[in-house]
Every structure is written in C-alpha cells, then in structure tokens.
Design a protein around this ligand. Structure first.
Ligand code: FAQ
Length: 323
C-alpha cells in the first residue's frame, strides 16, 4: 500500500465536525463523512489485521494431525476455525469502508500487503501450540481489548467478539503450557524451549517502538489506537511475566527486572533488525506462508465459482418470482 499518499484537501468545516465527534467519543459509522486519510489508515490497519488472522491459521493448522489427544485436537481445530472467522469479520468490516475484499486478498497474495510478523516463525514442537495460545493470543488480546474502543464502529464491535474468543484461545494455550511445565523433565524442557523461541517475536507483535512508529500519531489523534505500541507491549510483559513464574518458566531475558517504583517488569533491548528483516519478507517462513495461502486460494477457485453461480441462480429466481 502507498506509504506516503498525498494528503487530500478536505472541507475544513466537515473535518472540524468529524474531529469534534471523535473528541466527544462518538463512534464513526460507515455512512458517516470521514476524511479520506482516516478511511485509508483504517483500510490499511484492518486489512493487515484480517490477513494476520488468515495467515495465522497456518502455524497451528500444521499441528492438527499431530495433536496428542482427541481433546487437544478438538480444541486446536476449534481455535484455528475461530481465526478464520475473525479474518472474515474483519474483511467484512473493511468492506464497510468501500473497498473490495478481493483487492485486499490480491494484495496479500502478491506480497504487497503486510500481516503480523509473528506468523513467519515455524512451529517446531507440540509445546508451540501452547505457547502460541498463551503468548500470541495473549498479545493479541492486550492490543485488541483497546481496539474494542476504537472510533470506527464496525471495527470496534468486531473486536468485542474476537476478544472473547481469543480469551478461550489464551486459556487453552496456557493450560497446555502448565501441563507440560509440570510434566516430565523432557516436557518441561520442550515448553521452555518453545517459550524461548516465541518470547521476543511476541514482543515485536506490538510494532516498532513509539519513536519509530510512523502511523501512531495519526491513529491516536483519531482514536483508532488508544494506547501506543510501547504502552501495550509493557502491559503484555507485566501480565505475562507473573504467569511464567507461576508455572516455572524462565523468561529468556537477562535484563528482566521488576521496578517497584513503576510497577513494571523492565525488559532488555528488542532486536529490531530481526523485526524489520521479517517485515521485508526475510523471516524464517515468509515464503512458505505466502505459498500456502496462494495454493489455498487456487484450490478454492472452484468453491468461489460454485458459490457465485449459486448466488446468480438465486437472484434470477427471485427476479422471475417478483415479475
Ligand atoms: N507485523 O506505524 P506502525 C492475532 C508495520 S492478530 C507486521 O507502528 P501501526 C490473532 C505496520 O503495519 C495479530 N508489520 O503501525 C491470532 C506499518 O507498516 P505500513 C495482528 C507490522 O499500524 C492469534 C509499519 O510496521 N493484530 O495475532 C507489525 O500504527 C493466533 C510501522 O508500524 C493486528 O493487526 C507487525 N507486528 O501499528 C491469529 C491488530 N507491527 O502499513 C492466529 C491491529 C507494525 O505503514 C493465531 N493492528 N508493522 O507499511 C494494530 O494494532 C497496529 O496496526 C499495529 C501496528 C500495532 C500492529
């Protein structure tokens, strides 16, 4: 998507009225007037979010056939299906801004669109299923609970339902980790190793630090974002470290320390070069993830064709009946 589009000139009176509504905490709805830049920013952020949900099905989908019990398999299938649902709600939300989801999907498939960096890491052991639920869904909840108060109504409302489901995902993930951490020495080592791999990439999910976040100021001004990337990252760390301690997991950060004055768990330097490499397409699984999405899209061609044919037939039937 265009990084630096020309700023459209908006009618100053309309813009002032829009900004007054935002300041008053009103919700902006699809048919309301909005600045083009607001529409663009929301389309960018919501479409990246929808793509993340869909690509995010792949790392866990990879373990469905290898779940260690029927119960684990059932909850993993349900979780992966939920992520598909989240993608669909958010694509629908994006369409309320006047874009066509096919264009958004095209942008994903041809590599122009971003999706969350976290899904470009491999899932190497069963413990990864626990750690993803705990950390990745946990990070998503911290971010999305705040987005449930975003100024754009359809996005905010989608977040309410999504957060409820993400909470279930997080609990099932933490439960897997807790069982493994209290299991045999091999199981405990497996969950610690998975945690070590996912800890830093989970912190990166919140985006670059505030000083390097080009979109934050505008999104905060328009109350799409209600907290900065760094504020949310800190909240996630503060919530997660005590959970790790409770089940005997060590956070792989020698600089981690509790600051009694601020009440924060202070953490070490994030390797931002790794984050930006993943964004450029050079993460461990970027290519594999896009190839999988392209294959799924091509394999689904006949379903789309059949659904379209069915819809057209229904439409023709109802117009004959009405005549
Ligand atoms: N990965 O100026 P900022 C989930 C990009 S859902 C990739 O700070 P912004 C559920 C950013 O797009 C996870 N790219 O950007 C699940 C921008 O690029 P652009 C997804 C990233 O928008 C669980 C550039 O860097 N959640 O996990 C990332 O103000 C388990 C500069 O950054 C959402 O999308 C990143 N981590 O803040 C599913 C929530 N971070 O477009 C399956 C909604 C930044 O200018 C299994 N999104 N970038 O070229 C947001 O809250 C925000 O968009 C942020 C980024 C916070 C992600």
């Amino acid at each position: 998507m265009d990084q630096n589009p020309p700023v459209p000139t908006e009618d100053p009176a309309l813009l002032a009225a829009f900004e007054a509504r935002i300041a008053a905490g009103e919700s902006i709805e699809p048919k309301d007037w909005m600045p083009e830049r607001y529409r663009k920013q929301l389309t960018r952020m919501m479409s990246q979010h929808a793509h993340s949900e869909i690509v995010g099905m792949l790392p866990e989908g990879n373990w469905i056939t290898r779940a260690p019990s029927l119960r684990r398999k059932m909850s993993l299938i349900a979780k992966v299906q939920d992520e598909a649902g989240h993608g669909l709600y958010i694509y629908c939300g994006t369409e309320t801004l006047g874009v066509d989801r096919h264009e958004l999907v095209e942008a994903l498939l041809d590599g122009r669109a971003k999706y969350s960096s976290i899904f470009n890491y491999p899932t190497l052991s069963w413990a990864d299923m626990g750690v993803i639920g705990w950390l990745v869904d946990g990070a998503a909840i911290v971010n999305q609970t705040v987005l449930a108060k975003a100024s754009y109504g359809p996005y905010a409302r989608a977040m309410v339902r999504i957060c409820k489901e993400e909470n279930f995902h997080k609990r099932q993930g933490y439960e897997i980790c807790s069982v493994l951490a209290n299991g045999t020495p091999e199981q405990k080592a497996m969950v610690q190793e998975a945690f070590n791999r996912f800890w830093w990439p989970s912190l990166m999910m919140f985006g670059p630090s505030d000083t390097d976040s080009p979109n934050s100021a505008e999104l905060l001004k328009w109350r799409v974002k209600r907290k900065t990337n760094d504020e949310l990252r800190q909240r996630f760390v503060n919530l997660t470290v005590p959970q790790a301690i409770a089940i005997g997991i060590t956070v792989p950060d020698p600089d981690m320390a509790f600051d009694a004055d601020t009440g924060n768990w202070e953490f070490g330097e994030i390797d931002w070069s790794e984050f930006f490499e993943v964004l450029k397409g050079n993460g461990p699984c970027n290519r594999e993830r896009l190839d999988a999405r392209r294959k799924a899209h091509a394999d689904g061609e006949w379903v789309r064709a059949a659904a379209t044919a069915h819809a057209e037939k229904q439409k023709a039937r109802s117009s004959t009946a009405a005549a």
